[in-house]
Design a protein around this ligand. Structure first.
Ligand code: AHM
Ligand code: MG
Length: 350
């Protein structure tokens, strides 16, 4: 006879979970469900390649083809193409935009046009690939705002508040997919043997007590006074505006935002990439609002945290261009609000 507990434990695949969520929307057509499933599939393919990262390089050195006779591609290009190719013909999308591509990617006239818009960062943290460090994929799904034909730029330039769903994959010790469609944040771990994402982290909530702060402290000399003092506050060396000290958090910075964000989401804390004066071409820092800021902001808010550019919630910013950069503070609500306070107090007079 089967053990009672085993018999009743529900094994939830990502497909089953997304379908269950769909059922609570009687008006749903199933298109979003299929779209999320297509993204999960792209994630599986990318994961299968990232785990072979070092090998691809060696095989690539023998010429332009690998031992299967396929063209050897850099992993970030491969991820970019994989997401595009798995989604361009399905009839679910009107337009896509990728962090790797300068312009929007409207659905080809050869294929049916759908009502959704997909923005993605195919391989975030790609400078870490050569060092066998975790990397990730970020995605954002909107409904198109234009009414007919292939999608246009305006469909992609929507405020994060309009997001229908967002998520990320992290290719680390295991591959995880974390997503929200506005009904909480759920995390799935890829079983590499079976090839299925299984629900391992239902209803993720960011812990109230933060543990970590994450920033590239090597750039401290380029920061404003507000950012420096905020960081001292996180270290327990500077009081807040009520004279209270933070207990002093641990610093963790991987340099792959998805992985840094994921750790802080589960452990509690704040990730920030502030405006700085390191490079006059990028006064707002390095990160991109549409591909990185808005989707992670939607996730963190669904998990009980918040985000800001130092002045306003990332979800409320109207993007003006596809690759627009933004300062970014994201994680535990209390710490993001503290960052805003330090910035308003010390930097607004600059
Ligand atoms: P990418 O999308 O080109 O990989 O750049 C984004 C990455 C983030 O994952 C990470 O937080 C940041 O760049 C690290 O930048 P830096 O090396 O300046 O700290
Ligand atoms: Mg990126």
């Amino acid at each position: 006879m089967l053990n009672q507990t085993m018999d009743h434990a529900k094994i939830n695949t990502i497909e089953r979970h997304i379908l269950d969520e769909q059922q609570s929307h009687p008006e749903a057509t199933g298109i979003l469900t299929s779209l999320l499933y297509d993204i999960a599939l792209a994630g599986k393919v990318i994961a299968s390649q990232t785990t072979r990262g070092g090998l691809v390089e060696i095989l690539g050195k023998t010429g332009t083809t690998n031992i299967q006779g396929e063209e050897v591609m850099k992993l970030d290009e491969l991820a970019d193409r994989m997401i595009y190719r798995l989604n361009d013909h399905t009839g679910r999308l009107a337009v896509m935009a990728s962090e790797e591509q300068e312009d929007i990617l409207p659905v080809s006239p050869r294929y049916p046009v759908g009502k959704y818009v997909l923005l993605y960062d195919p391989l975030d943290g790609s400078s870490n690939i050569d060092y066998n460090v975790s990397i990730g994929t970020i995605f954002a799904i909107y409904k198109r705002t234009s009414t007919s034909g292939p999608g246009i730029l305006a469909d992609c330039l929507q405020r994060g508040r309009n997001l229908i769903a967002a998520g990320y994959l992290v290719y680390g010790a295991s591959t995880m997919l974390v997503y929200t469609s506005g009904m909480g944040v759920h995390g799935f771990t890829l079983d590499p043997i079976v090839g299925e994402f299984l629900l391992t982290h239902p209803n993720i909530r960011i812990p109230e007590k933060p543990k970590y702060y994450s920033v590239n402290q090597g750039y401290e000399k380029f920061w404003s006074e507000g950012i420096r003092r905020f960081t001292k506050y996180l270290q327990g060396d500077e009081p807040d505006f009520q004279g209270q000290y933070c207990k002093g958090l641990s610093m963790r910075y991987i340099g792959s935002m998805v992985a840094d964000f994921h750790r802080n989401l589960l452990g509690g804390g704040v990730f920030f990439y502030p405006a700085d004066n390191k490079d006059p071409n990028f006064p707002h820092g390095k990160l991109r609002l549409c591909y990185e800021g808005a989707p992670l902001a939607f996730i963190v808010e669904q998990a009980g945290g918040t985000s800001s550019n130092g002045n306003q919630n990332l979800l409320d910013i109207q993007p003006e261009s596809l690759h627009q950069r933004t300062p970014m503070f994201i994680g535990s609500r209390d710490l993001v609000e503290k960052a805003e306070e330090f910035i308003h107090t010390y930097d607004s007079r600059e």
